[in-house]
Design a protein around this ligand. Structure first.
Ligand code: GLN
Length: 231
């Protein structure tokens, strides 16, 4: 165990539903790559975690306001966020894709003119859509979680959504009636984050734990549990 964090309890904010990284299982327990990872690291480093599934934007804000000690929520490490947060070493690569209804003919940004596009508040997908909406002439509608965003597209209210590639792929595999039509953009890895200049012992413990889990093969086991062995 790590004497800097040993016996301490940290409040960790996360998304409400972002499989395969965090989601409630049948017993209403939060599982997924992020959840298994933070628990395994806590276990190895000797600290405890209190997981709070607040929603992505709320979790990020809870860390900023000091109501949570850290956030693990498939959070992309970006330069803009580095002004407010200190990030761990990266643990998973991701990027933003556009998805449309399974039977849709839309397959590129230039076909979005005059249409509505669904995004999740505070995400890189939302940033991406907002940076393109003027050029391509579409409207952006926001949701607090991924399920509601997908639903807005499957019901036909929005023509497309912007979501993280591994998450969209997983949802489609699980039966969400959408398809991915673009290559990943804004590629950036996920990291665990604390408020800038705060909770440095926790951040260090995360990095040490992550390194140990990678070395022992536990990190690969966690990934394989949710994604299969070929990812
Ligand atoms: N990776 C994206 C971001 O950091 C989305 C995260 C999420 O929706 N949980 O903004």
């Amino acid at each position: 165990a790590n004497p800097q964090v040993k016996g301490k309890t940290f409040t960790i904010g996360t998304d409400v539903t972002f499989p395969p990284f965090e989601f409630a299982n049948k017993n209403n327990k939060y599982v997924g790559i992020d959840m298994d990872l933070i628990r395994a690291i806590a276990n190895e480093q000797g600290f405890k975690v209190k997981i709070k599934a607040l929603g992505f934007n709320a979790a990020v804000q809870a860390v900023e306001s000091g109501q949570a000690d850290g956030v693990i929520a498939g959070m992309s490490i970006t330069n803009a966020r580095k002004a407010q947060f200190d990030f761990s070493k990266p643990y998973f690569n991701s990027g933003v894709v556009m998805a449309v209804a399974k039977n849709s003919k839309i397959h590129k940004l230039s076909e979005l003119r005059g249409k509505k596009v669904a995004v999740k508040t505070g995400t890189s997908g939302a940033d991406y859509a907002n940076s393109l909406k003027k050029k391509y002439g579409f409207k952006v509608v926001t949701f607090d979680d991924s399920n509601n965003m997908y639903q807005d597209v499957t019901t036909g209210n929005s023509i497309a959504c912007f979501e993280d590639h591994p998450v969209m792929q997983y949802a489609i595999k699980q039966g969400t009636k959408l398809k991915i039509v673009t290559k990943p953009a804004l590629n950036a890895p996920y990291g665990f984050a604390v408020k800038k200049g705060h909770n440095q012992a926790l951040l260090k413990a995360f990095n040490t734990g992550l390194e140990d889990l990678k070395a022992s093969g536990t990190y690969d086991t966690i990934k394989a549990k949710y994604l299969g062995s070929d990812e």
